[in-house]
Design a protein around this ligand. Structure first.
Ligand SMILES: NCc1[nH]cc(CCC(=O)O)c1CC(=O)O
Length: 313
């Protein structure tokens, strides 16, 4: 009898199980297939439940800790139960555990926040005292800067859950990342995109990163073919900004780097959660200096922040 050809082991792609996470995992798989002339059976998508997925009834800041949406996936990667992990970079802690690294970024999606409301066309149309649902410290603070009259309530759960809450009148408006809506084919639920000048996005919003074991050279080589260099430069600069601010505080933080040829512009801001104070700045320089610029900008904002700025939590 002839020997069956040995099937090469499929690449196991770890991801959260939400519709958005699965869409991101499929996008990563499709890009790998195209880059390497492989078929879908060369991959296996492995959904993993994280603490952030399990706990739906509390504000994220109450559950606390870092990596609520990522720790279990990184554990599986370290244990060798999966070979790569696909993440929304917005949810990623600034440092990876020993032995893991992220050096592959997919082309970044729309970085803006979407304004979502069954009743109103934009922030300025909201009536005085209107109830807005958002669990994002950043979005809450940024909104209160412009509209201190608004009443903010916690809003958690996936896109469908949040839309249902709006339908039920729990709040009259909310915000979601345009990128998430776009990947779900749901941009029609957005009444409009909020420009970064009005609401600076979260660090790394709209960017998918692919994590691997540092010593897995087969995977490293596969991922190198799909890395989007410009997205990497932008996210590296933004995460350097975040790294200098994070850890010490739970302050609302926003940061966005943009490229113009080999020049990079990074804008950043920190806010008081009640929107009574914003400290903002920017740097422009060579894209290859992005990390240093992000770090330096964060150091400046820290220096300019009053002594009690980081104390509220
Ligand atoms: N914190 C949840 C989260 N993490 C990434 C996205 C959206 C997709 C992205 O920014 O890449 C979202 C949902 C949202 O903010 O609406």
């Amino acid at each position: 009898m002839t020997q069956m050809p040995t099937p090469s082991t499929p690449i196991r792609i770890g991801t959260r199980g939400s519709a958005l996470a699965l869409a991101q995992a499929h996008e990563t798989r499709d890009r790998l297939m195209a880059a390497h002339g492989l078929t879908a059976d060369a991959f296996q998508i492995v959904p993993i439940k994280t603490t952030g997925d399990r706990v739906q009834d509390r504000a994220l800041k109450e559950i606390g800790g870092k990596g609520l949406f990522t720790r279990e996936i990184e554990d599986a990667l370290i244990a060798g139960d999966i070979d790569i992990a696909v993440h929304s970079m917005k949810d990623m802690p600034v440092a990876q555990p020993d032995g893991l690294l992220i050096d592959c970024y997919l082309p970044r999606e729309d970085v803006r926040d979407a304004f979502v409301s069954p009743h109103f066309a934009g922030i300025s149309q909201l009536p005085k005292g209107a109830v807005v649902g958002s669990s994002s410290l950043r979005r809450r603070a940024q909104l209160l800067v412009r509209r201190p009259d608004l009443q903010l309530i916690e809003f958690r759960g996936n896109v469908q859950t949040r839309l249902k809450k709006l339908e039920d009148g729990v709040a009259v408006a909310s915000f979601l990342a345009m990128a998430g809506l776009s990947r779900l084919g749901m941009t029609h639920v957005a009444r409009g995109a909020v420009e970064p000048a009005e609401m600076l996005p979260a660090v790394a919003q709209g960017c998918i990163g692919v994590e691997r074991r540092a010593d897995d050279l087969r995977v490293a080589q596969m991922l190198a073919a799909i890395n989007h260099a410009q997205s990497l430069l932008r996210v590296v600069a933004e995460r350097a900004f975040l790294a200098r601010l994070d850890g010490s505080c739970q302050t609302p933080i926003a940061g966005l780097a943009e490229l113009d040829g080999d020049r990079l512009r990074i804008r950043g801001e920190i806010l008081r959660p009640d929107g009574t104070e914003v400290i903002a700045g920017e740097r422009i320089g060579l894209a290859s200096d992005g990390a240093a610029m992000g770090d330096d900008l964060a150091a400046e904002l820290r220096r300019r922040a009053p002594g009690d700025f980081f104390d509220w939590a």
